[in-house]
Ligand binder design. Sequence first.
Ligand code: SF4
Length: 385
Amino acid sequence: MDEFPPFLSKNEARTVRIGSVTIGGGHPIAVQSMCATHTRDVEATVAQVRLLEEAGADVVRMAVDAPRDVEAVKEIRQQTRANLCVDLQEAWKLAVDLAPHVEKIRYNPGHLFHTDRERPWRDKVKIIAEAASAHDCAIRIGVNCGSIDPETIEKFEEGDRTGPMLASALEHAAFLDEIGFTRFVVSLKDSDPLDVIEVNRRFAAERPDVPLHLGVTEAGLPPDGIVKSRVALEQLIGRGIGNTLRISLTVPHREKGTEIAVGRQILADIAAGRVRSVVDYDRSGLNIISCPSCSRVENEAFVELAQQVKEMTAYAKDHRLTIAVMGCRVNGPGETDEADLGLWCGPTHVNLKRGPEKIGAYRYHEILERLRAELDRLIDERAAR
Ligand code: SF4
């Protein structure tokens, strides 16, 4: 990218090569993104990969769920030279079939517990690492606050958001080292930028040798999602933490290149000193989080709905509440548990929750009215306390 000169990482992390891109060891901070299309829709996904490449993506990720996604990835591989990363989600076994066709494999430690429950997680990670090693792939240990494994969660007090994430990442990093696989990066993502700052600082203090992939998950719609990402990245990259990043924004598929442009702009601003010297992220008002969407989105109306939720709830901007809007039934139910009000989208209906409790499922044209009624009720209840 001529517009933005490379921003060299300022840390001691070891180098990790992902196809034609190398991170760590003082190399430039790589900027990546993810396809929001259904991976098995090969034509649409190839178009999305090209769009991201043209926007300057160093690595492009796509999600896989089932064996037929493997066939799609093989076809996509034939049509692009981009550095491809597959997100295994719960389908960890697919790593064996996918590794020959991609440059990087991402697994989420929390998702390893969803299938083959009797099998120890170490066996599963070993299989992923052996596949990666045999086919010249890097690995990302992608820890997410909304999906920590139950064994780790149990060791921490309720409400501790960063402790379980840190423990999970350290445990998996130590295990990969132990089995001799060192070509990995770690990510620790949360929807709250202040938690992202804290947990990444703690990880970097303990494992400065491991490259970090930075990002605020479910940052939401622009411009708020950009602000949240900027708050976290300024504080981390400004302190020499981070080797690659992804900006997660809720935008239509055709605008996914925005994630790359925003990432490069933030890096350029940090390099030029156009940053705030003190983090002053205001958590006192209404906070709307929404996922960036991926191949699991069940109805593209989700992006429009996230925008409508933001507009409709503007009247409640001074209330300290969180509303989460998620695009699918796989991660939507769990990732909305901690929000005051949560919406997760199915093909024809949107499910409305209050905390972990389900209120009901409503058609897309009905949901805003129901959400408003619940929001008003919540505001009244808090005022009466
Ligand atoms: S909530 Fe579902 S649709 Fe949204 S990014 Fe996560 S997996 Fe994809």
